[in-house]
Design a protein around this ligand. Structure first.
Ligand SMILES: C[S@@+](CC[C@H](N)C(=O)[O-])C[C@H]1O[C@@H](n2cnc3c(N)ncnc32)[C@H](O)[C@@H]1O
Length: 207
């Protein structure tokens, strides 16, 4: 039985909300910027941030795009709304389940999935929803920690994962394997924080 559920995420991220920016605000700044730059968002494009947390990505987004951002945790969403207001950043911010998006098919030009694919209870459903709401030819960036595809799952990692996935994130997921459940294609794959344990991937929905 998995302890990583939407209900548990709401509880743990409600507890983390007051200290979240302090914990992850600085260390991932360069990677956030690099990842969002890779999307080359154009004026007027529709952009969705899934599991957007406190909105730390807002600093790096152009003000002339049509931005939607959601998260399952109401406390994170409130903080994100405050950030948008403070930055005078125009975005539609709401409570949203990344595994069950309420948008029609083919809605968005670009998607941002930062530190969510390794966290969300059902990453395959999340990626399938990303694929569904992206327009054909649309692109998404994923920034997260993944186990290299060619690395066996060690007993130590599997055991340690019970703790990490309960506290903050799964450390066993292989992005290439998850993406086989979609038609999304990796078009760029860059090593990022912690010796490349974190990666930035640009993926595309075929035309
Ligand atoms: C590690 S934080 C990342 C937040 C933000 N993307 C960032 O880069 O700072 C993970 C976020 O995923 C959210 N989350 C977990 N499960 C979710 C789901 N099913 N749908 C949407 N958000 C979810 C949590 O509430 C939390 O805010």
């Amino acid at each position: 039985m998995s302890l990583n559920t939407n209900s548990w995420n709401r509880i743990r991220y409600t507890l983390y909300t007051p200290i979240y920016d302090l914990l992850v605000g600085k260390i991932f700044t360069a990677s956030r910027r690099k990842s969002i730059d890779m999307l080359q968002i154009k004026p007027g494009e529709k952009v969705l941030l899934v599991g957007a947390g406190t909105g730390l990505d807002f600093d790096f987004l152009p003000k002339n795009a049509e931005v939607y951002a959601g998260d399952i945790t109401p406390a994170m969403v409130s903080k994100m709304q405050q950030r948008a207001k403070r930055l005078q950043f125009n975005a539609t911010v709401e409570v949203m389940d990344g595994q069950n998006l309420h948008f029609p098919d083919n809605t968005f030009d670009k998607l941002i999935l930062h530190l969510i694919v390794a966290v969300i209870p059902d990453p395959v459903k999340c990626l399938q929803e990303a694929e569904r709401v992206l327009k054909p030819g649309g692109e998404a960036v994923i920034f997260d920690k993944f186990r290299p595809q060619n690395q066996q799952l060690s007993k130590f990692r599997a055991f340690f994962n019970k703790l990490t996935s309960f506290l903050f994130s799964d450390i066993t997921r292989v992005i290439e394997n998850l993406l086989t459940h979609t038609k999304l294609k990796i078009v760029k794959d860059l090593p990022a924080n912690f010796n490349g344990n974190f990666r930035i991937l640009k993926i595309q929905k075929p035309l």
